[in-house]
Ligand binder design. Sequence first.
Ligand SMILES: *Cc1c(COP(=O)(O)O)cnc(C)c1O
Length: 414
Amino acid sequence: MKDSFEPELAEWQAAQRMRRRRQVAPAVAPSELGADDEALRGTTYVIDGQTRLSFGSNDYLGLSQHPALMAAAHAAIDRYGVGATASPLVCGHSPAHEALEVALADRVGLPRALYFYAGYAANVGTIPALVGRGDAVFSDALNHACLIDGIRLSRAELQVYPHADLDALDRLLAASTAQRKLVVTDAVFSMDGNVADVPALLALCERHGAWLMIDDAHGFGVLGAQGEGTLAHHGIAGADGVAPAWQGRLDRLIYMATLGKAAGVAGAFIAGEPSMVEWVMQKARTYMFATAAPAVVAESLCAALQVMQDEPWRRSHLQALRERLRGGVAAAGLPWTLMPSDTAIQPLVIGSNADALQVMAELDAQGVWVPAIRPPTVPEGTARLRISLSSAHTLAQVDQLVAGLREAARRMAV
Ligand SMILES: *Cc1c(COP(=O)(O)O)cnc(C)c1O
């Protein structure tokens, strides 16, 4: 093994592809935060021993350390203990899981939802449950890796269309003779922050008799008046149900969203037409052959859904932070630009890998942590800082980031 893997690792290292985990913990334990240091909650971490203001998490609403979620978790542990003990199809499905699924379906305005312990498991389990040999899956070029893995596992034919190019997708669908056609796309693209044109995609799928699966990992909680996600953003469906123009037209839709990002906890769900959801529950191997998430996770998520509804300021504040960042970056005259994005993901395109790493290092030296994203995760020459905003951030913290960028640009111009 050593003879096999030591050279592999050396090559990996030489290609600058080696990844390293950092040890990250809240700078102050959330249960010990006082009124004076509330701005640290969900924003300030000790990363490998150094205190840093972080713009790297997917905790878009700042719920991961929210007192209501933490209280719900404590109560759930007292009631259920810590482990789910079995697959949901054996004896791992608790009243907490059941209540969560009902609340999730209500929130997104679709008839039924199914909770998975992880988004990766949801995608890798759902796609092979829906399609197989003789079918075709049409996948946006920028889709998340776990959608691609799900498609490969399904053994359906994979057809990749250029990012957001609906004309190209139209042509591929028209030319396909596959039995079942499934279009799969991120609803909010994870490295760019842009939102897919779901109404146009649904219309296209209607024309070609295809199904549409959208992965709303970065939209759920963030978009929509009550955090319902991308469907509400486009006026299709939400907490008030399906919009009149879309009634009877969502049978072909498989909605998927994750719950470890804006919802602040862990897991994911699919939602849609009840027989489809039932079929996925019967067939998805990642659902059947894995131990259920503990009830404490489900109870924490029920509390998260309540907070999303009760604290709409989290979304309006996120909007204010976004405007502050975009205004600040524009005014700073930086050599780099933010990609257009209405979401919490605000990528700053730097260009070369070396420059992106250097900007990251300059910020780090100033106590601000933003991850650099390099190829192959993003296209060659578009290495970027993936700035992610959270409702937990203050406007002053965004100003600190902008000042850091200005200083980095000044030092790198020398
Ligand atoms: C994070 C993510 C996933 C995976 O979800 P996990 O719950 O982290 O496993 C799936 N799809 C997209 C688009 C994601 O960003």
